[in-house]
Design a protein around this ligand. Structure first.
Ligand SMILES: Cc1ncc(COP(=O)(O)O)c(C=O)c1O
Length: 450
């Protein structure tokens, strides 16, 4: 069926008659199924409900569709790839687009990060990066370095590695003892000193010094790697304080600890650069990515590694596998085709620079919401915003959920709610008029839920 035919399908065809079987991820299933928020198609800045109602996408899906939805060159590339090569193993075999895409991503990365390991999601990318870090310490004769350091309020997906280094309590507490030997840096958020800051707050570089305390406690010889998001996204948009990431880099260098930036959200333009590492002028040893690499069109994730890390594995007999890790769908042909078309589109439309250019307009627009009822803080960086709302009637999370429902059903836009924090992260193609529309509607939602 062609895309046009799909779009012409009647609303009735697109509404399922039984919502029970699908156990929905990270969703209040019972509430959703009482009042579903169904999406049946998308184009550019909009989703469309089955009845054809347009919904302005204020969240780039789940921080993925940076180039906007159903862009023709990406759709066409996927379609062509599907007719050409459905699947090819990348264990002991290879297909050309995997190599092409890896080179293209390495070209966008900070100098020195020249090797790409592919997987299918951000969670897999994180677990892959943690495993590469541990295995690297092993191959260089530092096998006692087994500890991994994450950060409070960090989100690194839902694998056991990711939830172990992650710092969002509900994502961890029901799942047992997790990985042993993990410690956490404190969050960099301190509302008393940072409220209503546009961009990176001036206060907070010193939170990086806690790494010295952790190193002192465990001894550097036991620590393999530190992993942080350059901007903590899922917890509600917490930009790195000025100078913080450089300080982490310096401490890691001092003690031979690898630094991993989890750029699953910040990669591919979200902060106005290919990677946030470039925005901050701080080069980590490993970078995870996913989401924006295919503008969300086909699942894909990966890890960028420094040459010195990659090269350390390239020894021993040449017929022997160097890293015992990989996924059946690592570098799936459809994902690679989507990735190449996406990077072409980002370049053609100069979308990373566009995000940089509209960042001040975006930040001013979002900050205009500070006088709305019960707004406790607003944070912005790149094309992201986090808005903390005062909980309703002492019941945390109720207001955030009502905001989500009101936005979708009554005002025709999509916002993300984490507890009572709203997050806005639109596709990078958002026009200035659409920024105005999104912020005006967000203001209405805040007022309606006060
Ligand atoms: C920083 C970060 N790491 C990892 C992940 C996990 O990605 P996925 O949901 O594709 O597994 C996310 C998802 O939002 C993320 O924001």
């Amino acid at each position: 069926m062609s895309l046009d035919e799909v779009m012409e399908r009647t609303a009735a065809d697109l509404v399922p008659n039984d919502l029970e079987a699908f156990w929905m991820p990270f969703t209040a299933n019972r509430a959703f199924k009482k009042r579903p928020r169904l999406i049946s198609r998308a184009k550019d800045m909009h989703y469309f409900a089955p009845d054809g109602r347009a919904v302005l996408d204020g969240t780039a899906g789940l921080w993925c569709t940076n180039a906007g939805h159903n862009r023709a060159p990406i759709v066409e590339a996927i379609r062509n790839a599907a007719t050409e090569l459905d699947f090819a193993p990348t264990f002991q075999y290879g297909h050309p687009t995997a190599f092409t895409l890896a080179s293209r991503i390495a070209d966008l990365a900070p100098a020195g990060l020249d090797h790409v390991f592919f997987c299918n999601s951000g969670s897999e990318a994180v677990d892959t990066a943690l495993k590469i870090a541990l295995a690297y310490q092993n191959v260089i004769g530092q096998g006692a370095r087994t500890r991994l350091i994450g950060r409070e309020r960090g989100y690194h997906g839902v694998g056991f590695g990711g939830i172990s280094v992650g710092g969002i309590v509900p994502n961890r507490r029901a799942f047992g003892t997790l990985l042993a030997g993990v410690d956490h840096l404190p969050t960099t958020y301190d509302r008393a000193h940072q409220a209503f800051t546009k961009g990176e707050p001036a206060y907070g570089a010193h939170f990086a010094d806690e790494l010295e305390r952790i190193v002192g406690l465990h001894d550097p010889s036991t620590i393999a790697a530190v992993i942080v998001e350059p901007m903590a996204g899922s917890t509600g948009v917490i930009p790195a304080p000025q100078g913080y990431l450089q300080r982490l880099r310096d401490i890691c260098d001092k003690y031979g600890i690898l630094l991993i930036f989890d750029e699953v959200i910040t990669g591919f333009g979200r902060l106005g650069h290919a990677f946030a590492a470039e925005r901050y002028g701080v080069t980590p040893d490993l970078i995870t990515f996913a989401k924006g690499v295919t503008s969300g069109a086909v699942p894909m994730g990966g890890v960028l590694a420094r040459s010195s890390i990659h090269d350390a594995f390239m020894r021993g007999p040449e017929h022997v596998i160097e890293l015992f890790h990989g996924y059946t769908y690592s570098a799936h042909p459809l994902a690679c085709a989507a990735g190449i078309a996406t990077l072409d589109l980002y370049a053609k439309e100069d979308l990373f620079a566009r995000a940089r250019k509209i960042e001040p307009i975006w930040a001013d627009a979002v900050m205009s919401l500070r006088e709305q009822p019960g707004v406790l803080d607003i944070r912005t960086v790149g094309l992201t915003a986090g808005i903390d709302l005062a909980p309703k009637d002492g019941k945390p999370g109720v207001r955030g959920y009502q905001a989500l429902e009101t936005a979708f059903h009554d005002l025709g836009f999509m916002v993300r709610a984490t507890g009572d924090t709203l997050a806005l992260t639109p596709p990078l193609i958002i026009s200035e008029d659409q920024i105005g529309e999104l912020i005006e509607k967000t203001g209405k939602v805040i007022a309606a839920t006060a």
